[in-house]
Design a protein around this ligand. Structure first.
Ligand code: PLP
Length: 389
């Protein structure tokens, strides 16, 4: 019996979805009673419109954008696609090798910019690629969802400016965890998702730089919402929750999260793990731990049985664990199939490292026995180990 038996699940998968902030929950529930459509001219419609514009102004203020340049949508998958289709249709497209599938799927024919072994974008190759491509759209994430590795956006923006290219930044994982103004750094557009920063699922935004606002072609046409740039009735409760989440998101919490993450990482390393991307600047809440010899899927299942929620690679809608293109791009080889992502939510408790490590040490001992050729115990065999995929 572990000291944590019977406890609530320990949620360490914030990069899949952050824990909902209480202020976001309250704002969402309050907005549910507004019956009007923000596009309607009558009093109920005007009340909804007023909340929509108040939320837009708060979100714009937080990210250094003009309110009219905040285009609401369903989330970052749509915001990334909106930028790629809306700004990049007549441009060559370059994407980082470790971009999220939201970007990869929206630009299937893009040229890939490789990353260095630490996971950061290879700026010298980006420079060379840009010299060969006229007026390209470069898509680069501010921070990677699997490793937390932070890309040098300011340097990439300067290269883009020098070569007449434009930059789209996927700031999904960086928002409220890093203190950057990507529009001020020269980005043409920035994708944000409410549920990744403690807001509700189902709302996101593309922030567009004033110089590119008129160039953004709509991905979804329809009723002319969002100044004709994104048709469809806005998800007002989720948008109200999005704005409220930003009001309470404090970067001051970041140092506390970094200390918890470092404690997890130190303990995991002692148990035999390799911390992937740890030589690069990283998000404070994220660590990617590879345990040679045990597939990521087995680790996720075993930790889940211990009441600990982590993920392998990026969360994928089918619930299956796919081999990580991010770790492959970093040249991890077979280790890429043995890595899990631990991402602390904003409200992680101080006991999280001890509880995680108690379970992780058991897992590491099992990996060691497996590597040494000893047979596993019956309990261990009860967790089926699938092939690494
Ligand atoms: N971009 C990054 C870096 C992400 O981590 C995610 C989600 O995991 C997305 C885009 C897609 O975001 P959403 O779930 O809002 O569509």
């Amino acid at each position: 019996m572990t000291p944590f038996a019977g406890a609530e699940p320990l949620y360490l998968d914030a990069n899949a979805t952050e824990t909902l902030r209480p202020a976001a929950r309250a704002a969402l529930i309050a907005a549910l009673v507004l019956v009007g459509n923000p596009a309607s001219v009558h009093a109920e419609g005007r009340a909804a419109r007023s909340l929509l514009e108040k939320s837009r102004a708060a979100i714009a203020r937080h990210f250094g954008a003009r309110p009219q340049d905040v285009v609401f949508c369903s989330g970052a998958t749509e915001a990334d696609a909106m930028a790629i289709h809306g700004l990049g249709s007549n441009r060559p497209i370059l994407i980082g090798a470790t971009e999220h599938d939201a970007v990869r799927a929206a630009a299937p024919n893009a040229t890939t910019i490789p990353v260095n072994a630490d996971g950061t974008i290879d700026l010298a190759t980006l420079d060379r690629l840009l010299a060969r491509q006229n007026g390209a759209l470069v898509c680069l994430m501010a921070a990677n969802n699997e490793t937390g590795v932070i890309h040098p956006i300011a340097e990439a923006a300067s290269l883009c400016a020098a070569h007449g290219a434009i930059l789209h930044v996927d700031a999904v994982q960086a928002a409220c965890r890093l203190d950057y103004d990507y529009l001020a750094l020269g980005a043409a557009s920035v994708a944000i998702s409410a549920h990744k920063l403690g807001g509700p699922k189902g709302a996101g935004a593309l922030l567009v730089a004033p110089a590119h606002a008129d160039a953004l072609a709509p991905l979804i046409r329809g009723g002319g919402q969002e100044r004709g740039r994104r048709g469809g009735t806005q998800n007002l409760p989720a948008i109200a929750g999005f704005a409220a989440a930003l009001d309470t998101a404090q970067l001051g919490n970041v140092a506390r999260l970094a200390a918890l993450r470092d404690a997890i990482e130190a303990g995991a390393r002692e148990a035999g793990a390799i911390a992937v991307g740890a030589d690069a600047p990283r998000l404070p809440n994220t660590t990617c731990l590879a345990l040679p010899g045990l597939s990521a899927e087995t680790q996720v299942i075993a930790l889940d049985l211990d009441g600990i929620c982590v993920s392998a690679g990026s969360a994928c809608s089918s619930g299956k664990v796919a081999r990580s293109h991010v770790l492959d791009a970093m040249g991890l080889g077979a280790l890429a199939g043995c890595a899990i992502r631990v991402s602390l939510p904003w409200n992680a408790s101080d006991t999280a490292p001890a509880r995680f490590l108690a379970a992780y040490r058991r897992l590491a001992a099992r990996a060691l026995r497996k590597r040494d050729g000893f047979s596993t115990s019956p309990e261990e065999r009860a967790v089926a180990e699938p092939a690494i995929i």
